[in-house]
Ligand binder design. Structure first.
Ligand code: NAP
Length: 248
């Protein structure tokens, strides 16, 4: 089977298969956006790099003799889930999407929800915020160049291109993050606006709770559309699909 990686759940699923499902031969695929990756037991094969669109993915699945696929890409992967749907449909290969639920605003949250990072940058400009904490990943910073009136603190896993936001302060860090540290970060930097993608899950949730506690405004980017394919929210349910429905 092939697991499309890019989320913490993909890594957890592959490790669980290695530990508890000796009959399943699994490969995890990464786009290769980051240079460091999670490690896996020897039983799990790892491949890195795009397939070359739907046709490339279809060829890969056929050549590798895949009989099932789990798309566990990140909730903000906009294209790969649709490629997976088309390639699997063409070959009649069962496909499941493993997608964690989004976060929902609760009492005390001060969210402005927007459709994409361009709208997020507009919302930052309109907000009049002075010190903005950007946590949208290093690939999507360019629209925030128009937010020159604010001081920008950018957190990402690997350095962004130096010419994208030359005046921003860059904080290199990989989650999970905890509430005490996130609260201290927002407080000590006197952040008055947080920009986040609605990634869901626990690894990066603490900044949202810290913002609520400190009455900090949040610009929340909604998820991109997802294809209409069978979807589960947890690794346990993905494993049950694999082992229970005889897709392999
Ligand atoms: P995307 O728009 O869905 O994918 C763009 C292209 O990257 C795809 O067409 C595919 O190239 C390649 N690709 C994506 N996922 C792949 C995988 N698991 N294995 C092999 N190739 C893959 O996704 P993206 O936003 O560029 O993100 C790239 C990867 O980073 C995804 O795997 C995603 O899970 C992860 N990620 C994304 C975000 C985010 O905020 N966007 C955050 C954390 C992690 P080909 O067409 O050539 O096959």
């Amino acid at each position: 089977m092939l697991i499309l990686g890019g989320s913490t759940e993909a890594t957890e699923l592959a490790r669980t298969i290695a530990a508890s499902e000796p009959g399943i031969e699994a490969t995890v695929s990464f786009a290769g956006r980051t240079t460091s990756r999670a490690s896996f037991p020897d039983r799990i094969a790892v491949r890195v790099g795009g397939f070359g669109g739907v046709d490339g993915l279809r060829r890969h699945l056929a050549d590798a003799g895949c009989t099932a696929m789990i798309d566990a890409t990140h909730p903000f992967a906009a294209r790969m889930p649709f490629n997976a749907q088309l390639a699997c449909a063409a070959l009649g290969i069962p496909l499941l999407r493993l997608l964690r639920p989004p976060w929902y605003a609760g009492p005390g949250d001060r969210w402005t929800c927007v459709d994409d990072v361009h709208a997020a940058a507009s919302a930052v400009r309109c907000s009049g915020a002075r010190r903005v904490f950007l946590t949208v990943g290093r690939q999507e910073l360019a629209p925030f160049a128009a937010c020159a009136a604010a001081e920008l603190l950018v957190r990402c896993i690997e350095p962004p291109s130096p010419d994208v936001l030359p005046n921003a302060e860059i904080l290199l860090s990989r989650g999970p993050f905890d509430l005490v540290a996130e609260t201290e970060l927002l407080r000590s930097r006197r952040i008055d606006l947080l920009v986040s993608k609605n990634a869901g899950g626990t690894a990066t949730r603490a900044k949202i709770d810290a913002a609520r506690a400190l009455c900090v405004d949040v610009v929340m980017v909604r998820r991109p559309p997802s294809p209409d394919v069978p979807t589960v929210a947890t690794v346990a349910d993905a494993l049950a699909w694999l082992t229970g429905s005889r897709v392999l």
